[in-house]
Ligand binder design. Sequence first.
Ligand code: TRP
Length: 456
Amino acid sequence: MTKRETFGSSFGVLAAAAGSAIGLGNIWKFPYITGENGGAAFVLVYLICIALVGVPVMFAELLIGRRTQSASVGAFKALAPKQAWFLTGWFGVVAAFMILSFYGVVAGWTLNYTYLSVTNQFAGATPEQISKMFDSFITNGTQPIFWQMIFMVMTAFIVLSGVKDGIEKYSKIMMPMLFVIVVVLAIRGMTLDGASKGIDFLLTPDFSKLTAQSVLVALGHCFFTLSLGMGAMLVYGSYTGKTQSLGKLALQVTLADTAIALLAGLAIFPAVFAFGVNPGQGPGLAFVTLPNVFNQMPGGYFFAIAFFVLLAVAALTSAISLLEVLVTFLCEEFKFGRIMATIVATLTSSVLGVLCALSMSPTSGVSKLKFPTLAGPQNFFDTMDWWSSNMLLPLGGLLVIVFAGWFMKPADVRDELSSQGLYAVKWFKAFQIAARFIAPIAIVVVLVAKISGKIS
Ligand code: TRP
């Protein structure tokens, strides 16, 4: 076997894995689904999912990847030859195409917002005007597609320059910077006049607002935000050095990701209430709220630029991991060269992305098409998101965790988690209980309840 490329340092691995996890999921998606699902009770369910399901699944993906030194499909073929487990990898590939399609569009929004910040277009605008700017932008059709294309080309470019030089280099500097900026924004958010309503919304649970549909959304988001259930962490596991502690890596990534999401919530919800934005207004929430916050800050002009640049970079380090899954898949399963694989995967997901962008533009035919989901008919953008996040990722996570819990030899699992005995994995029993029972049962209960229509 040829030696696989590995990350240069343990901080590099952490930065790359955290770079994959931290992205639009934390700052764009988490706040808006929290707003749509009633606030704190939803946040609580989400945190429970992270602890009981997310963490064990992350262990499982990292260990399978490092053990087999290959991407998802190849990993399952190596560990369970001639069995159907490799289909897990295929589900992941489908999910990656779907996620990358709408992800590229929203990432394009962040580029446009960078441009709007640099040209100082928010200054002096009222909350209503800021909200109108967002609407006229996303319904415009061509502009979102323009920015999406730029973003996809940037993603492809970094994936082409290789794992170590590309992903690691960018994540290492930018992730800590993003963290600092979000902390500053959270402080500004919480000190706005009228902030307390927003803090309550985020932190004081009202369980009457929790519908069973929200439980599925919380579970789906736990996979989405941690980049689980489609083989992204599995590929990163395969790039991780043999002496690294997988346990530490998984916990650090999870903590960083969760912290950023909660901080983003603290930056956004106080402002939502202070400026009279509707918390349930959907995918535009962060974009129609934060410019108001920048307008209320000394140096807001520079903060706005820094924030949108860093958000675009966070999106980039996440999109890289989605594209990387597709590229390794095409290279390993269909013997594509890396350049060809990158071009094919980028083009395919960009075309799907164009449909996502057009589905928000009332003048395009695409916006009239509605597609079935278990939460009712939705436009193309929301359909891609709904099926990938709420069905394919939990299903992929279920297969991975059942495989690690029940089908791999416990001795092998332990060997890999302990880096061949280098670390004492005192928590191994706890991992096994989570992998065999808690996580699979939780996922199955939520999925079955939804599919059988008990939830809705
Ligand atoms: N986790 C990223 C975010 O929160 C998105 C992402 C990157 C992702 N890679 C993934 C989601 C793999 C699911 C699977 O923005």
